[in-house]
Structures are given as C-alpha cells and as structure tokens.
Design a protein around this ligand. Sequence first.
Ligand SMILES: NC(=O)C1=CN([C@@H]2O[C@H](COP(=O)(O)OP(=O)(O)OC[C@H]3O[C@@H](n4cnc5c(N)ncnc54)[C@H](OP(=O)(O)O)[C@@H]3O)[C@@H](O)[C@H]2O)C=CC1
Ligand SMILES: O=C(O)C1=N[C@H](C(=O)O)C[C@H](O)C1
Length: 268
Amino acid sequence: MSELNIVIVGAAGRMGRTLIESVLATPGARLHAAVDRAASDFIGQDAGLFIGQQTGVKISSDFAAALSGADVVIDFTRPEATLGYLQQCQQHGVQMIIGTTGFDDAGKAAIKAAAEKIGIVFASNFSVGVNLTFKLLDMAARVLNEGYDIEITEAHHRFKVDAPSGTALRMGEVIADALGRDLKECAVYGREGVTGERDPNTIGFATVRAGDVVGDHTVLFATLGERVEITHKASSRATFANGAVRAAKWLSAKPSGLFDMQDVLGLR
Ligand SMILES: NC(=O)C1=CN([C@@H]2O[C@H](COP(=O)(O)OP(=O)(O)OC[C@H]3O[C@@H](n4cnc5c(N)ncnc54)[C@H](OP(=O)(O)O)[C@@H]3O)[C@@H](O)[C@H]2O)C=CC1
Ligand SMILES: O=C(O)C1=N[C@H](C(=O)O)C[C@H](O)C1
C-alpha cells in the first residue's frame, strides 16, 4: 500500500514540530513537505532540525509547490493562515486536518463550505482523552440537568493567543446541547466587580495562562451538598499530534465531508 503524503504547515511552531515527529514515527505516513511563512527564521532548514534528525525535507514557504503530489495538509496555525491554506487545498483537491482554534462564525462557515469538495477533519482537540471527556460531559449534563451550576476552567501556556480555548468552548457546546440551551445565550466569560448572584442558567468560563501548561480543562457541576468535577490534563503535545496523524490516515478513505475527532474515534 502506498504511503500517505502529508504536508505540515506552521512547521516551526510548537504543534508543527511535534506533528513532524509524529509523521516520521507513523508507519504508512510520509513527510511530503513542511511549510511555514516566508518570514520564518527556519525557511531552508531541515524539517527534522527540532528533533535532531535529517529528513531530507526542507522547510519552505512555497505552499503551492508543497501541494503537488500531496494527499493531506495538517494545519495547526492561526485562523487567518488556515483560511488561506483552505482555499488552496480546495482548489487542488487536497484534504485537510485542521487543529487551529479561535475561528469566528464566518471562518467556521468557510471550512464547512470547503468540505463539500474536500475531506476535512476539524477538531478543537485531537487527543483521545478529551474526546472521551466530551462524551462524559454529555452524560453528566443529562443526569445533572437541574440545580447544578456549571463552570468550565482551562489553563494553558503563556504563549497561547486565544481564550477561552477551543476545547473549553466545545465542552460548553456539548453541555449546552445536552441541556437544550444555546451556548451563545448562556455563556459567561469571566466575572468582575459586583456581579450579583449566579444566574442558574449560565455556563461560566474561566481562563488561566501561565508558564508551559500544555492544556488542562475542568468542568465543575456544583449544587448545594455536592460537586462533580471532570478533568482532563494533557502532559505532552504528542497526544494532539498523534491524534491528528491518526485522523489523516482515517480521512484518506473519505472523498469529501466535514468530520471531527468523534467521527475518527467512532464515538458518534
Ligand atoms: N486541535 C488541537 O488538538 C490543538 C490545537 N492547537 C491550536 O493550534 C494552533 C497552533 O498552536 P501552536 O503550535 O501552539 O502555535 P505556534 O505559535 O507555536 O505555531 C503556529 C505556527 O503557525 C505559523 N503562523 C502564524 N500565523 C501565520 C500566518 N498568518 N500565516 C502563516 N503561518 C502562520 C507560525 O509562524 P510564526 O512563528 O512565524 O508566527 C507558527 O509556525 C493554535 O490555534 C492552537 O490553539 C494546539 C494544540 C492542540
Ligand atoms: O493552544 C494550545 O496549546 C492548545 N489549544 C487547543 C485549544 O484551544 O483547545 C487544544 C489544546 O488544549 C492545546
């Protein structure tokens, strides 16, 4: 069977480096190209630089060239970058794995539209544990559906640029869906000053940014007399990267369509 030709964009980023390592370690996967923006200090360097390996693939800013002969692009960058790459992938019929977070509604709509032509797995979190946690949250929300205050707390490294995390927002959506609520109407993002008593219908979010925290999420369901906490802690970015490469292999069998990690893991 032929190998899956994978392009990593944002190749010199935290996730880009980890994805390159994961592709190199995955049987059936081949690092076809590594792309970053033209201004990157790493253009022209071997893509294995960060892990002390020679891959023979140089980091380039020529995305169009990278698409030639490619099967799938794995993108963990920024929304504006992803939407540019998306357009070109659509034109060239190359599939995408999108891990970037922080999209607005228009960005999400563009991804959905592109998936009519190409296969896309778009997920706020590619770890198996977080995707199991989504299922646990659905179950918890359905059982603790009255009288429980729901608060979502997330912590990430000091370099993260979007808040709350995509994962925290997805957790909020899963819970809101289970309760028949609309997250846009019931989310409260941080509190300050004289806020008054808690509105029982809200879902609260709190964000911590500190040091090198890879990614912690806790959902608290609290009532008078007890509380339930569901927590996931990532200790290595490899958990996201390995999930994304797994998704790329899974997607190769699909002609087009929009999927997430629940589909890849058979958790629907
Ligand atoms: N879904 C999931 O499982 C996970 C998602 N993420 C998400 O992935 C994204 C990347 O995270 P992380 O690797 O930590 O971020 P980094 O900042 O370390 O890496 C981002 C990469 O994208 C490049 N980039 C940024 N802006 C542009 C642009 N406009 N055009 C082209 N390239 C650009 C950066 O280049 P430069 O350095 O030159 O700016 C860098 O190489 C975030 O949205 C994060 O939330 C992260 C982990 C897991
Ligand atoms: O930026 C990160 O690092 C992460 N981002 C994702 C998110 O916003 O949910 C996933 C993970 O928690 C790491």
